[in-house]
Design a protein around this ligand. Sequence first.
Ligand code: COA
Length: 187
Amino acid sequence: MYQELFFPVIDTERLTLKPLVIDDSGSLLEIFSDPEVMRYWNTAPWATIQDSIDFINESNDSMRRQESLILGVHLKSTGELAGKCMLFGYDKESKRAEIGFGLGRSCWGKGYIGEAGEALVQYGFDSLGLRRIEAEIDPDNQPSAKALEKLGFSREGLLRQRWEVNGVVSDSAMYGRLVSDHPAQHN
Ligand SMILES: CC(C)(COP(=O)(O)OP(=O)(O)OC[C@H]1O[C@@H](n2cnc3c(N)ncnc32)[C@H](O)[C@@H]1OP(=O)(O)O)[C@@H](O)C(=O)NCCC(=O)NCCS
């Protein structure tokens, strides 16, 4: 029963969130090999189908270990894979996890993360019993900051020079949303 908690299928109005399968590897590679999508990520763009397969296998392993929830975001209208969203760094005792998301470029600006993110946040609070969900983003990533604010996250601080990727040093902006915070305003 507890195992199933980490392999949910979550429906929203336009989207279905569900665990990734190997058949998703081609679409996933297309999205995460795009340097624009990976611009603010702390890893380089994916290069080969093996990167995608490894990600899917590692995601499912970490879900089996009940450490994270990594879900593909599918458009209900076409079945197309729009991207992924996740709760990771799950700390059961502290009832906390981190949220992350990434969509293919053609799916930006349509409010999909408002929809997928809110469903994931509610799943985290209601089903995993989380008290706090946090997010760490590059402070220059305006679309992500806006998406988080629309999801009811508050900016809590700035961690200076936290990352170095390919010789580029960057800060992290920290966001948090508590189960006791007011509901998200995006609707
Ligand atoms: C960040 C991201 C998840 C936001 O999801 P989304 O579903 O596009 O979010 P929204 O539709 O609510 O748009 C959020 C903001 O993105 C910006 N945006 C929208 N369309 C855009 C486009 N075509 N190009 C660039 N920015 C755009 C807008 O500023 C928008 O704010 P607004 O609603 O006030 O206009 C998505 O853009 C993405 O996957 N980006 C690449 C990966 C990434 O950076 N992930 C986060 C790492 S922590």
